[in-house]
Write a new protein. Structure first.
Length: 48
């Protein structure tokens, strides 16, 4: 979740958005959910 939040918040800065902007906040929000989803899927694969 933390990694997804960081990446999601950083991606908008690549196209010139400010680090503290709505797009970075939205990206962090989406990245957090992607991180949670990825951890859930990884846990399912490991448990079988």
């Amino acid at each position: 979740m933390l990694f997804g939040s960081f990446v999601g918040g950083y991606v908008p800065t690549m196209w010139g958005a400010d680090a503290i902007s709505f797009s970075s906040l939205f990206g962090s929000f989406i990245g957090s959910f992607v991180g949670i989803w990825a951890a859930y899927k990884l846990n399912q694969m490991i448990d079988g």
